[in-house]
Design a binder for this molecule. Structure first.
Ligand code: NAD
Length: 435
């Protein structure tokens, strides 16, 4: 018999009366979107309470022998938000600004993201407070291995599967895989995704997030009756996500007029040669000194009059302060959480079409899912096959969210949350509560 998750009251009682109070707290900001969608879905209060709380929050003290012979203790987190639909899935971030609320928000975003593209994973995220720019490779390896060892019993192909995130990469994933495998006494490739292709990684994984951004941007332009050919594009963040999104949109005939990274922005109204800029960054590690355009600030880049803006760097860059100045017609959220909840309202009023993060950047986790499937099957796909399947999922998901947004007369973000929450909720109802 299915447990009644409605419990005693009929209506959800939201903890925040003003759902826009906490613009600076990523978890509360993200949950305000969840609250709105939950209300529209008339979600049972019991289920609402369950989904508002992460399943597990782990804080680790990570003692590491530094190259100078001293011991340093780093703080790490792993949060599993929800595993009702399958193993938790979520990246590991190494950054000085990592904090528990950010990791909690990122873990919940992973739950909604996996559900919106309907892949059989829940959501998790991890992070270590450290500055990789100030650490040697050997120190990074020791942090990674000790962090992984501290999570034995949590991580696993059937329980929690990490991936790269800010400042972690294929090499870090190889260390996670090796450490876990040593503890298990056999090689377990599917414990982690985003690995080097030589050791079970998937072709097309590195480009997958940017490719997904390109696919949903094209779908949005078509929906709005705009042509991709000649559409002007500005991209903030020129790393894995931003550079690939810019390159692929350029290939589709769009005119990339501005790009930017932590060194600032470049504007060239005649169009930037994206491949040339990528080659420059490969050699110089940033756009600093790139001279084929005018220098602009990152703030200016966000408010350029363009057809498409792709924020692909940091959270909370479009807030109530600069949202009134945004002039893009479409925003494709390449990064997680670029737009705060109050900014959403302003963008809605201005008629900006926002492709929300949980849909726009889901290409990465989708190909991570393909990698996990390939590892478990021991049979590897061609890059064309990976890209075809990714295209199908991104286009189907865009259509499903658009259809819901039309039916309920809500924006794309609320529709994406409604779709994912309803998928997670259905599984909870079927499973009931183990008591
Ligand atoms: P990355 O480290 O490869 O690139 C980050 C880029 O942002 C760099 O160009 C950096 O210079 C720039 N940047 C940093 N600080 C900046 C600032 N203050 N102003 C402007 N630019 C700044 O990271 P990535 O993998 O491209 O990820 C970017 C974002 O996308 C992250 O928020 C990440 O969580 C999210 N994301 C990544 C993936 C993935 O598969 N890599 C998937 C989903 C979401």
């Amino acid at each position: 018999m299915t447990t009644d998750l409605r419990l005693s009251t009929d209506k959800i009682v939201r903890p925040d009366k003003d759902r826009f109070l906490n613009e600076d707290n990523p978890f509360e900001d993200m949950m305000s979107r969840f609250d709105r969608a939950a209300e529209l879905l008339d979600l049972e209060p019991g289920l609402y309470k369950i989904l508002r709380h992460p399943e597990k929050e782990i804080t680790l003290s990570i003692p590491v022998l530094m190259d100078n012979g001293e011991i340093e203790v780093f703080t790490g987190y792993r949060v599993l938000h929800n595993t009702s639909r399958g193993p938790a899935k979520g990246g590991i971030r190494f950054d000085p600004n990592v904090n528990r609320d950010e990791v909690k928000a990122l873990a919940a975003w992973m739950t909604w993201k996996c559900a919106v593209v309907n892949i059989p994973f829940g959501g998790s995220k991890g992070g270590v407070i450290c500055d990789p720019l100030k650490l040697s490779v050997a120190e990074l390896e020791r942090i990674t291995r000790r962090y992984t060892a501290g999570l034995i019993g949590i991580l696993g192909p059937d329980s929690d599967v990490p991936a790269p995130d800010v400042n972690t990469n294929e090499r870090v994933m190889a260390w996670v895989m090796d450490t876990y495998s040593m503890h298990m006494r056999h090689t377990v490739t599917s414990v982690v995704t985003g690995k080097p292709v030589e050791m079970g990684g998937s072709l097309g994984r590195r480009e997958a997030t940017g490719r997904g951004c390109m696919l949903v941007t094209l779908a949005a332009l078509e929906h709005l009756g705009m042509r991709a050919a000649g559409a002007t594009v500005a991209v903030q963040g020129f790393g894995n996500v931003g550079s690939v999104a810019a390159q692929l949109l350029h290939t589709q005939g769009c005119k990339v007029v501005a790009i930017g990274d932590r060194s600032g922005g470049i504007l060239n109204t005649n169009g930037i040669d994206v491949n040339d800029a990528i080659a420059y960054v490969k050699q110089n590690r940033s756009l600093d000194g790139y001279s084929k355009g005018d220098r602009i600030t990152n703030d200016d880049l966000l408010t350029l009059e363009v057809d498409v803006l792709v924020p692909a760097a940091l959270e909370n860059v479009i807030t109530r302060k600069n949202a009134p100045k945004i002039r893009a017609r479409v925003i494709c959220e390449g990064e997680n959480g670029p737009t705060t909840a109050p900014a959403d309202v302003i963008l809605d009023d201005k008629g900006v079409f926002v492709i929300p993060d949980i849909l726009a950047n889901a290409g990465g986790v989708t190909v991570s899912y393909f990698e996990w499937v390939q590892d478990r099957g021991g049979y590897f796909w061609t890059e064309a096959s990976v890209n075809d399947r990714l295209q199908q999922i991104m286009q189907d998901s865009f259509r499903a969210v658009l259809e819901l947004s039309r039916r309920h007369k809500v924006n794309m973000r609320t529709a994406a949350y409604m779709l994912s929450i309803s998928r997670v909720a259905t599984v909870h109802r079927l499973r009931g509560i183990y008591a």
